[in-house]
Design a protein around this ligand. Sequence first.
Ligand code: ZN
Length: 85
Amino acid sequence: MWRLPFYLLSIWLGFKFVRWALRYLESNKSEPMIRSGNDKKCVDDLVKDPVCGKFVPVKNSISTVKNGNQVHFCSEACLKQYLDQ
Ligand SMILES: [Zn+2]
């Protein structure tokens, strides 16, 4: 006679577990794919020094704008030589 409450309890627990599992799966699925980050890439890109032909990372280069184009140099000496031409 006391079996019925036991069954009801196990069904209730099973139901709760299923609901929890579904919510867990759903929260994993709907997690937004946030991949921040190609910001670094352009900083590490290599640019060619038109004077000496050397490739230098953008962040280490010395740049100037001439005729609307940005030009990058490995050193101030190259920049100076370029501007003196
Ligand atoms: Zn150079």
